[in-house]
Write a protein that binds this ligand. Sequence first.
Ligand code: AMP
Length: 568
Amino acid sequence: MAVMEASWPWLKAYPPGIDWHARFAEEPLYRLLEESARRFGDRPCLDFLGKGYSYAEVGALARRAAKGFAALGVTSGTRVGLMLPNTPYYVIAYYAVLMAGGTVVNLNPLYAPPEIRHLVEDSGAEIVLTLDLPAHYALLAPLLGATGLRRIVLCPMAGILPRVKGLAYRLLKRGDIARPPADGTHLAFADLLANDGYFAPLPVEPARDLAVLQYTGGTTGVPKGAMLTHQNLVANARQCLAWFPTVKPGEERVLAVLPFFHVFAMTVAMNWSIACGAEIVLLPRFEIASLLAAIRRKRPTTMPGVPTLFTAIYANPAAKKIDLTSIRSCISGGAPLPVEVKRKFEAMTGCTVVEGYGLSESSPVACCNPLNGVNKTGSVGVPVPATIIEIASLDDPSRLLPQGERGEVAIRGPQVMAGYWRKPEATQSVLKDGRLRTGDVGYLDADGYLFLVDRIKDIIIAGGYKIYPRNVEEAIYQHPKVAECIVLSVEDPYRGQTVKAYVAPAAGQTLDAAELQTFLKDKLSPIEMPKLFEFRSSLPKTLIGKPSKKALIEEEEAKRAAAAPTGG
Ligand code: AMP
């Protein structure tokens, strides 16, 4: 170990007050809630559009729901789907499933019907919880009996709103409430709670038992379920907690606008908050006016975000009129954080935004820039405690490269998944001896900071040269009139592939290819210079607000298919 440690450059410059050598005890994930319910019982745990729940209440509701799940047959290893936006239902049901011994399957209610069907079939989810909105319910109803799904639990929207809003909802949205048949396959969330709450959570083996199946990889074909154990997720919540040495247990307020069914928010906004007794301010969807209203009303101390969220706030004129100074720190993840976005958001709020990195397969956080140390521009930071980052050769993944060289980023640590659900071959290709291959290309600098270069599959090869789209995007972002951009390769009859830039100018600005090319001349090599530009008022986003390359690739493919001569 000591020999290997000598080659880990981050140990020299590790953030003060944080112990990289910290180790994380094996615990059931539900213990985070149980401990906080004991320690912070009367402190606020959840706020949903003005309706509050204390830690004692959430702890008690989770026990009752766990007993309800057990009565439905949930036991060790039963998969239960949560197809819910950020609502008290999500948090209560998540911990309740775990207490009953089950495994949570995160489902995004905005997925298309075939995707939901695939995830329910692949995971073998027996029970799924959804809001009582007809559009959401319609995704599940056809799966009853046709897949392993045997029960749907409907969670009434009106039931969690503050009293007056709830009454108004019942009255105005009467036609917008799903009304399932009374055939014993459906129940209401209240039915799960209709018991005395005396329930002993099932013992789990934290390093083996699965807490969550987190589906990922939709952009590269069939989604795979990353198997995250109790230990993976407890460790990652505690690793992130260690990253904030100034956290005041029981006193933080976390704005949770990113959806919990995505791994970043599940760990950083939910499990992290529950572990330190923070109040979670739940927003069921991203909508700038209600986000700003929530900031004004609750004065959050932190807000995990993706770069587009920070941009949406500072670019909104209404944001300038409200006091944002309660926010002290934010982790940004999921996509590269352009320097300008970080600078502008920090200038507006006075907070520190640190960029982190990870993936579903690593629970997700693997690296982060320190809050109390050196932040390096363009880097995603150093490995969080107990985490090792290695760089493997792109040609031979078993060969590790010395510091400074570019290759595939690999992660080892207690947060690395157990494998892909029922996909031993896919597991073998990314996980060997506890080392996770990420598919991201990067390098470590002399202080052990990780710099991402690109994703392996996004590298453009034009005329035999490797082009990293991220480099090109960063150069374009330096133009003051640019709000968003995505660079990708399109087919080129001469070069094989060529570089195309999609650009959304900032509100009220106009920009054309000639102006941008002149600006980029001294920033990009002629090979990197985009040959094609497309200007739009905004660019497509993934459901959590990352710029969506996938959507643009699909558009390009559709265009190509339409242009192709049809065969006789
Ligand atoms: P997911 O599993 O959906 O969370 O996606 C994980 C992927 O997002 C990683 O493999 C990276 O390619 C990308 N990613 C995450 N964080 C960052 C970051 N800070 N900068 C650039 N890419 C990132």
